[in-house]
Design a protein around this ligand. Structure first.
Ligand SMILES: Cc1ncc(COP(=O)(O)O)c(C=O)c1O
Length: 458
């Protein structure tokens, strides 16, 4: 008999979690104004709001933390981190930041001016925020297939090369760089193929443009290249990573994902002029060039985390769990962005809550329903997250409206996934009876989903 799959690690430390009653949850979600970001963590049973900074570190990472060098300048921890980043990405200049959006803030401060256009594949919300807040446009050039959640193709996160070329022709000098997000979070944790990265590079060279990779989940992207793209089966994840980054001029990184640390990020590049400009902004916004908002101990843990998570077994354990949840939803007929992504399952809320009009935010409504059903916290990646159009100030309904169930790395077991799937099944069974959604009573101008206040439509 073939042996079944099991994780490549065992558990050494646990953290209790607590169930609640439906009555308690009703009170809490009311107090939170129907925004799950406003819940306290002890009001949540299974927390799938994000996989960012919520992973479980390994014994090697914890022990490296004890050796953290907290020197203001020139800490050995910085060099441990830098050497690992250089080994994995090939980039020599490394500037730490306290998290991914800080890396965007520092680098974009040097590169973007008002009126610019930054084409890419479904920019993440903070990336879009840092572009739009500078009076520039985040132009989405993702392939159209990404919008059909039921279509099963291996690299649904790809850049549409034709759309990108049209943008390069139309906007010319207004384009400071192209940004490619690997994996593509907003369209469902979907990977970008090596062929697509290569083609993007060729096009960028033709038009004399630079490329930045938003690399939060680059190791998961490398796993999909190894397992789905012809010619990469025998290459190690680390070899694949080196080829991936050979097509970029720089990377911004939220280390809270694929480096499995609770806090941290960085910019890495081989362009000395970009590094020199960014280090000045970095000192002002984040701190000196060898710590940039990070503790020495965290930089040590980051180095080990990157090393561990660019190994096949670790990635396989993680991605198989996401797949497992996807298969449970298949059993119950619940539609999600197919195939299962790298870090999360994205339930297609418009196909579940078909009676809730888009103006009443189906994905946010489903997020609240799931919390009420079983204390499970997901996250809306949909019409609320899309913010308003910066020019017309209208809601943007042209993208997907998804409930993201992001799975923290090395934290929950498949039994927890069974609970999540069963809770969704209960909602799916009574979906016809859910006809009313939510309306916004207060919102911020930018990144509104974190603080938005909502009310049930009567
Ligand atoms: C693709 C992507 N880019 C950037 C970020 C921002 O990173 P951080 O949350 O560390 O600021 C995130 C966070 O979720 C992300 O998923």
């Amino acid at each position: 008999m073939e042996l079944p799959f099991a994780e490549s690690w065992k558990i050494k430390m646990i953290e209790p979690i607590r169930k609640s009653t439906r009555e308690e949850r009703e009170t809490w979600i009311n107090e939170a104004k129907n925004n799950v970001f406003q819940l306290k963590s002890e009001q949540v049973y299974i927390d799938l709001i994000t996989d960012s900074g919520t992973g479980a570190m390994s014994d090697r990472q914890w022990s490296a933390m004890m050796l953290g060098d907290e020197s203001y300048a020139g800490a050995s921890s910085y060099y441990n981190m830098k050497d690992m980043i250089t080994r994995i990405t090939g980039f020599d200049y490394v500037l730490p930041t306290h998290q991914g959006r800080a890396a965007e803030n520092v680098l974009f401060s040097c590169l973007i001016k008002e009126g610019d256009v930054c084409p890419g594949n479904s920019h993440f919300d903070t990336t879009k925020g840092h572009i739009e807040s500078r009076g520039a446009i985040a132009l989405d050039c993702t392939i159209d297939e990404a919008k059909n959640t039921q279509l099963e193709i291996p690299f649904k996160g790809n850049v549409d090369i034709k759309k990108l070329e049209a943008a390069l022709k139309e906007y010319g000098d207004r384009i400071p760089f192209i940004i490619v997000t690997i994996t593509n979070n907003t369209c469902g944790g979907q990977p970008v193929s090596m062929a697509n990265l290569r083609e993007t590079r060729i096009l960028a060279n033709k038009y004399g443009k630079r490329i930045i990779f938003d690399s939060a989940r680059f190791a998961e992207n490398a796993y999909f290249i190894k397992t789905r793209e012809k010619g990469f089966e025998k290459r190690t994840i680390k070899e694949i990573c080196l080829e991936i980054f050979s097509y970029a001029d720089a990377m911004t990184m939220s280390a809270k994902k694929d480096a499995i640390v609770n806090m941290g990020g960085f910019i890495a590049t081989n362009l000395k002029e970009w590094y020199d400009a960014a280090k000045v902004k970095g000192i002002a916004y984040e701190g000196f060039t060898t710590y940039g908002g990070m503790n020495g101990r965290d930089m040590n843990a980051l180095a080990i985390g990157l090393d561990e998570n660019t190994e096949f077994d670790n990635l396989e354990s993680r991605i198989k769990q996401v797949e497992y949840l996807g298969k449970k939803l298949d059993e119950y007929g619940i539609p999600y962005q197919r195939p299962a992504g790298g870090h999360a399952i994205f339930v297609d809320a418009t196909k579940v809550l078909t009676h809730v009009p888009r103006e009443q935010f189906p994905a946010q409504t489903l997020t609240v329903e799931l919390y009420l059903e079983a204390g499970i916290r997901g996250c809306e990646i949909g019409y609320i997250l899309a913010d308003r159009d910066p020019i017309t100030r209208e809601n943007r309904f042209d993208g997907l409206d998804l409930l993201r169930l992001a799975i923290p790395r090395r934290v929950y077991t498949d039994n927890h996934m069974n609970v999540v799937a069963a809770a969704l099944k209960n909602i799916y069974n009574r979906r016809e009876s859910i006809t009313k959604g939510l309306k916004i009573v207060w919102e911020a101008d930018l990144l509104r989903h974190f603080t938005v206040e909502l009310k049930k439509v009567e």
